[in-house]
Design a protein around this ligand. Structure first.
Ligand code: 6PG
Length: 253
């Protein structure tokens, strides 16, 4: 099913959602390696991707297919906590997937959130991106794959409604003050997130049904629904949603 330029795929449940996401990722990796020998992916945090990360290393049909040594892992957003903090998106992905797949340290590009100055974390991560992609300032990295989630308030990455990062058009990564959490969140900005070759949203559960319907079928109001900022500049956007999350879509199958 297509809405705008994006493709919406409705899966029976969260298990099917994770499996389809794994299949799409493996296919993207394979297609990418027909033209280059490196793959860059920006991971999302939160709880939804946990099942996907686990499947990628527990299911041999994925684990043994993925050339882990050629994959470079980044994060689309991160909490301003130490890497060993239980809130850390890096810690979650590392424990569930990266450590089990024995991914080399040089392939893991976490945000240096142990630094007390969140603005410096963002600046340092931008420099890491420019170095990895061999770019100069003002050039936008092109991620091969960008995994995103959807919060019940319409946020994605750490682009929260009414926050400054929603309007950022120049920077790659910013420290975004989130009033309701009374903390900074580190986040890639919409221009960078949109510049990926493949962008996949993973949305699961009844609790996301209302916001998903607003994001996909409601009026365009990205300041209130920042997930609506995600419009690929050149790549493809796939919404992978389960039936529970899709239950309020007028086009749900
Ligand atoms: C984070 C995420 C965030 C997440 C959504 C959905 O740091 O929390 O990157 O953007 O994707 O909040 O989270 P759930 O999957 O837990 O619902």
């Amino acid at each position: 099913m297509k809405i705008g330029g994006s493709e919406i795929v409705v899966l029976e449940d969260s298990t099917a959602l994770s499996r389809r996401a794994a299949e799409i990722l493996v296919r993207c990796i394979s297609e990418t390696f027909s033209r280059k020998q490196q793959f860059s992916i920006a991971l999302s945090g939160g709880s939804t991707p946990k099942a996907l990360f686990s499947l990628l290393v527990e299911d041999g049909s994925f684990r043994n297919t993925i050339p882990w040594e050629k994959i470079h892992f980044f994060w689309g957003d991160e909490r301003h906590v130490a890497p060993q903090d239980e809130q850390s998106n890096y810690r979650m992905a590392n424990e569930i997937m990266l450590a089990k797949a024995h991914v080399r340290t040089e392939n893991i590009h976490r945000m240096p959130t142990e630094q007390p100055d969140a603005g410096k974390v963002a600046q340092d991560y931008e420099q890491e991106l420019l170095k990895f992609f061999q770019l100069t300032t003002n050039q936008l990295p092109v991620f091969d794959f960008n995994l995103l989630g959807l919060g019940p308030d319409g946020h994605t990455a750490s682009l929260f409604p009414g926050t400054r990062a929603v309007c950022e058009k120049r920077r790659l990564v910013v420290a975004n003050w989130v009033e309701k959490f009374q903390t900074h969140r580190l986040t890639m900005t919409a221009p960078l997130l949109n510049n990926a070759d493949t962008i996949v949203f993973l949305v699961s559960g009844e609790k996301k049904a209302e916001v998903l319907q607003k994001v996909l079928e409601g009026g365009h109001q990205p300041d209130l629904l920042p997930a609506q900022l995600i419009r690929p500049t050149h790549g493809r956007l796939i919404w992978l949603v389960d039936r529970a999350a899709a239950s309020r879509l007028s086009l749900s199958v």
